[in-house]
Design a protein around this ligand. Structure first.
Ligand code: ZN
Ligand code: ZN
Ligand code: ZN
Length: 139
């Protein structure tokens, strides 16, 4: 690299949204990019409230809150993206009516630690009760 650090920084700033991808691909430390745009959200399930499908039109099994299994899932599961959270196989049980909402904001580095613990392993859902996950979230 013959670029001076400042040239490099300007390039990264202009690259905008792509900068994170660039950083990930080339191993530039995320801290060097600065700014608050370089974060990601994790996604969570919503076992009640506006996102929850309480089935108000089917009075027979209308329920404004999800079951205990769903409550526990919503409390503990963090998804890498919205798609993953929407997949039925990632739910507490078939027919789960939980909504999906944006959860906490994490740095790209934290997101990678959470969902890419190994080069060859791509997780889309992690559990806060997992000590590894717990440790990352506390740091
Ligand atoms: Zn309801
Ligand atoms: Zn349920
Ligand atoms: Zn559910």
């Amino acid at each position: 690299m013959t670029d001076s650090p400042s040239t490099r920084r300007n390039f990264l700033t202009r690259a905008g949204v792509a900068a994170g991808t660039f950083a990930a691909a080339f191993g530039v430390p995320t801290g060097a990019l600065g700014g608050t745009r370089h974060h990601k959200h994790v996604y969570k399930l919503e076992p009640s409230g506006p996102g929850y499908d309480c089935s108000a039109s089917q009075q027979s099994n209308h329920n404004c809150e999800a079951c205990n299994a769903c409550q526990s899932h919503a409390k503990n599961k963090l998804f890498a993206n919205k798609d993953a959270a929407e997949k039925e196989r990632h739910r507490a049980h078939p027919g789960c009516r939980c909504g999906v909402k944006r959860g906490r904001k994490v740095s790209r580095e934290e997101w990678r630690d959470l969902f890419r613990p190994h080069e060859d392993k791509k997780l889309v859902v992690v559990d806060k009760r997992d000590p590894r996950v717990h440790r990352i979230l506390q740091s």
